[in-house]
Design a protein around this ligand. Structure first.
Ligand SMILES: [Zn+2]
Length: 346
């Protein structure tokens, strides 16, 4: 090894190193180059091993050149490293920047289903008269759904309800919320003011006005001296709260096995105001619920003495009330859960 070839090696190292540093595109590459070029086992150290073979008077010269090369490489590393780090930071800042002037995206708001909403409103109106909401099972036994409501097994009125039975003997999906009356009477002592909203089931072909699954709201009041006039007064308050204080109402005879007498409760047609139109089948009236005085047999099944107490009960279809309030004409809309429909009830 002589001085000239060592000097040439150092020059080559410097040139090659500066090219590689200039070509680096990431800060991590600069760190790696620093190790490869200047590290303990780096390329400069490797070249300087030859220094031991030189005559002593030549060694300082090579040492000086080697220092110069080292400084050149260190300077280039620092400069290019600085450039790359600044660029990388700039790109990161750009990529991760938040434009605080951008308008926010609206968060989609859900709303209550119109049937749930309607039942809540019904409960609120009757709540003002002291009625408390009770729950009652959807899978009911035949005894409670029918027999204790004065509908024995061979009773022709059973044809009014096309029943869906379940795999448990003598059990069924409740066909109405009325069995809840029996359950409340078994659980409470008079005075009773109970409201029983809930899902009911019937074996029906589905169309615009029939559904196999629907909601009813049942009401029951039992006390001493309860009369049909009390029922009428309460239902008038309800109709006025739901449909307008100026609406006329009427009772007309109805039939239910569990009430005697039974009535249908009508409100004047919400479309024509009583002048008769297709919506009210040209009667001027719309039926909103069925009601009546609780049959003494039903009170007895409920464990209540019919000699001392009287009761009235009423039951309405939640879909019917929602239809009248919102002008919906097809029951199927309530069960399809199509957002285009539901979003109209904010
Ligand atoms: Zn009408």
């Amino acid at each position: 090894m002589d001085l000239d070839s060592l000097r040439a090696d150092l020059e080559n190292l410097r040139r090659g190193a500066l090219e590689r540093i200039a070509a680096a595109s990431e800060p991590a590459q600069i760190d790696q180059l620093s190790v490869d070029l200047l590290g303990k086992k780096g390329e400069l150290t490797l070249v300087l091993r030859g220094i031991g073979g030189l005559p002593a008077e030549q060694r300082p010269k090579v040492g000086a050149i080697a220092n110069e090369v080292r400084q050149a490489i260190e300077g280039a590393l620092a400069e290019r490293g600085g450039e790359l780090r600044t660029g990388a930071l700039g790109r990161r800042l750009q990529a991760e920047s938040v434009d605080v002037t951008t308008p926010g995206r609206p968060i989609p708001r859900g709303s209550r289903h119109p049937i749930i909403e309607t039942m809540a409103e019904i409960a609120e109106v009757f709540g003002q008269f002291g009625f408390v909401v009770y729950e009652s099972p959807e899978v009911e036994d035949d005894l409670t759904n029918f027999q204790m409501l004065n509908i024995p097994p061979d009773h022709p009125a059973r044809d009014l309800w096309d029943t869906m039975y379940v795999d448990i003997p003598e059990h069924l999906l409740r066909t109405h919320t009325s069995p809840g009356q029996i359950r409340v009477m078994h659980a409470e002592r008079p005075p009773i003011r109970a409201l029983l909203p809930g899902r009911c089931f019937r074996y029906e072909a589905t169309d615009a006005s029939h559904a196999s699954e629907f909601f009813q709201v049942e009401g029951l009041m039992v006390d001493e001296g309860t009369s049909l006039a009390d029922l009428r007064g309460l239902l008038d308050q309800f109709a006025h709260a739901m449909f307008g204080a100026d609406k006329r109402t009427r009772f007309r005879p109805g039939y239910y096995p569990f009430t005697e007498p039974s009535v249908a409760f009508d409100v004047e047609c919400l479309i024509c105001g009583g002048r008769r139109c297709p919506a009210c089948s040209h009667t001027g009236w719309m039926t909103i619920l069925g009601a009546g005085m609780v049959h003494p047999v039903v009170l007895q099944y409920g464990g209540i003495d019919p000699e001392r107490y009287q009761g009235f009960a009423f039951g309405m279809g939640a879909e019917r009330i929602a239809n009248l309030r919102h002008g919906v004409g097809d029951l199927r809309l309530y069960l399809e859960n199509d957002l285009r429909f539901l979003e109209q009830f904010p």
